[in-house]
Ligand binder design. Structure first.
Ligand code: ADP
Length: 608
């Protein structure tokens, strides 16, 4: 056996092998594309068998030879049908190919013996031309596809190019360049072998090749996937997963998350093919979800006539759905829509399921992160509530005890000695404690209003210098010497009650945390477009490590003794809220034992 004969035998074996592989697939699930593949390779296998028989010198009835010849003649047309399955072939070309096929078969039967030169050339032109067209069309399909499908389509395109070249070499070269006729047979054999190999990889790739082709896409996806669970919310993750599936599968993708409470899949479908909620109403996604198995619908409009119009409007030619589940836990479904029937549905089905499995892992990780955040937030809230209750209870208890005791005392006195004169100091103490109580309750209310963002009322022009002078002159701060340093009026547009509250709070603290008869200085000024308000004292100061936290809710510095200095640690928290909601800033400078200065800046809005 010569090398050339060996090449020929391998080529023939390969075509028979492809036919068998495709035939098995077609029998398993006959789709139009598969039937066309089986026809194309069936015809090829017939020719191969005929060639082998001819090699063995077997005699055959002429009719069989003619039938095999007709099968050979139909190859370009069958390949064109395959192209039509994967993309759209112009109708005119289809008709022309059919006409060419009929003419070819007719000439084959009409003319016995060798074909006349022009007829043969026309036939070769028909073969090479159609094979060439198909090759280019497959290249286009390959470009439009991604991942595994792209590779397979590239192999098919290569096979078609080589086939076209083989036909050209054997049919045209000996006629045009007779001296090359001797080598043409060998070259044709090699081209045919290459074409057989390429078709084999394209139409019936072994599992290892398929895995190797799938890997880069999956790897790329997995690399991105590791950061997905940390996206801000589940919706962002679902979007990223949809995009990932779409770009890897070369189709549109939508993910529906399972809502256990309502027993529906909630889709976030950017393409609008699906309704947002899919329940047990027979929609394809629900069917696959219920059966918990990936499904392929080559004709979704027939499988679900209710959505036929939507499928047509959105150019959906096939649907693949894979359930997203983590063990027994059902999380949702991944739905992939293609504008063309998927070239290799079994691969796409497998890849879609792989995606869905990855999506399940990512969504589960996200759920865990969410759960951890929820637990932490719950703990924080619980701790806050505890802080709040203990601070409130503690601070409300003191004035309340005095109040109740004083009131009971007055009551007893009135009962035992109704004619005695009113106990003015006792009544004054009740009023004082009641006011303190009311101030504490107001503080608590303000803190909760602040959290709901409802602290500020209407704004109006306010002169901060006038306000400072008014506050400095108050009876309550008589124990200290409160001074105001300011020159011109500083007028801004603020909520006057709330800004007054800030100043009162700062002055109150300065008075509270500094020895009697010391000075408390209020400075009001203006720098650039900012009003500045400073309150300084020569009091106990704040330890450096407490400085960053004194504006926190319920925070009191370490050098503050609850028994000596009443307070809940809410005043500065509320001050900061008021200042910041006005667009300003508040901060403190302090030295333990030397005193503190609180600085406030507020924007001065100039009214037109
Ligand atoms: P309260 O005074 O009710 O504790 P604040 O929120 O007004 O609550 O103040 C928080 C903490 O900041 C105080 O507990 C105290 O430790 C510290 N602080 C505030 N103002 C002064 C000041 N002028 N001098 C020293 N420490 C102060």
């Amino acid at each position: 056996m010569t090398a050339l004969q060996l090449v020929e035998l391998v080529t023939q074996g390969m075509y028979v092998l492809i036919f068998l592989a495709v035939a098995v697939q077609t029998l398993r699930s006959p789709t139009r594309a598969r039937i066309d593949m089986a026809l194309f390779f069936g015809a090829t296998a017939l020719i191969v068998v005929q060639q082998i028989a001819a090699g063995l010198g077997e005699a055959r009835p002429e009719l069989i030879d003619d039938l095999i010849g007709a099968a050979g003649m139909s190859l370009p047309y069958l390949l064109l049908r395959l192209v039509d399955d994967f993309s759209r072939v112009p109708v005119l070309l289809k008709r022309a190919a059919e006409a060419g096929l009929l003419l070819g078969i007719a000439s084959f039967f009409a003319i016995s013996g060798p074909l006349p030169g022009p007829v043969e050339l026309a036939l070769v032109g028909y073969f090479a031309g159609l094979f060439g067209y198909c090759a280019v069309a497959f290249v286009r399909v390959a470009r439009r596809s991604v991942g595994l499908t792209r590779r397979r389509m590239e192999a098919v395109a290569t096979g078609s190019f080589l086939l076209a070249a083989a036909v050209f070499v054997i049919g045209v070269v000996p006629v045009l360049i007779p001296p090359l006729a001797g080598v043409a047979g060998g070259v044709e054999q090699l081209l045919a072998l290459g074409s057989g190999l390429a078709y084999f990889l394209g139409f019936a790739p072994p599992r290892v090749v398929r895995r190797a082709w799938q890997e880069p896409e999956l790897r790329a996806f997995l690399r991105r996937a590791s950061s997905l669970p940390r996206l801000p919310d589940t919706e962002a993750i679902v979007n990223a997963l949809q995009e990932g599936a779409a770009s890897t599968l070369g189709a549109r993708a939508a993910i529906g998350l399972y809502d256990v409470g309502r027993n529906v899949l909630r889709f976030h479908d950017p393409h609008g093919v699906l309704s947002n909620e899919v329940g047990s109403n027979g929609v394809l996604a629900w069917r696959a979800f219920e059966r918990q198995q990936a499904e392929y619908y080559p004709d979704p409009a027939r499988a679900n006539p209710a959505l036929a119009a939507a499928y047509q409007r959105q150019d959906v030619a096939s649907v693949i759905i894979a359930p997203i589940s983590s063990g027994a836990k059902r999380l949702g479904a991944l739905e992939v829509f293609t504008a063309y029937p998927p070239v290799f549905s079994e691969d796409d089905l497998e890849l879609t399921q792989l995606f869905a499995d990855q999506a399940a892992v990512i969504l589960e990780s996200r759920a865990l992160i969410d759960e951890a955040t929820r637990v932490r937030a719950h703990e924080d809230a619980a701790r806050l509530k505890e802080d709040f209750l203990s601070a409130a209870a503690h601070d409300l208890k003191t004035p309340l005890t005095t109040l109740v005791a004083q009131a009971q005392f007055l009551e007893r006195r009135a009962r035992t000695n109704p004619d005695a004169p009113a106990d003015l100091p006792g009544i004054q103490r009740i009023v004082r404690e009641a006011k303190r109580l009311s101030a504490l309750v107001m503080e608590l209310l303000d803190a909760s209003r602040l959290e709901q963002g409802q602290l500020l009322g209407d704004r109006e022009p306010l002169d901060l210098v006038a306000l400072a002078r008014e506050v400095a002159g108050r009876e309550a701060y008589r124990t200290h010497c409160v001074t105001v340093a300011a020159e011109n009026p500083v007028v801004g547009t603020y909520d006057p009650q709330r800004i007054a509250q800030v100043l009162e709070n700062l002055v109150e603290n300065a008075v509270k945390y500094s020895p009697e008869a010391t000075e408390v200085r209020i400075g009001v000024g203006q720098r650039d477009a900012q009003a500045t308000l400073d309150v300084s004292d020569d009091g106990i100061g704040i330890p450096a490590e407490d400085l960053p936290r004194v504006f926190d809710r319920f925070y009191r510095a370490a050098n503050v003794d609850d028994r000596r200095f009443a307070g809940m640690g809410l005043g500065l928290f509320i001050c900061r809220g008021i200042v910041e909601q006005h667009g300003g800033r508040i901060w403190v400078e302090s030295t333990v034992g030397a005193g503190s200065t609180f600085h406030v800046t507020l924007p001065i809005e100039r009214r037109p």
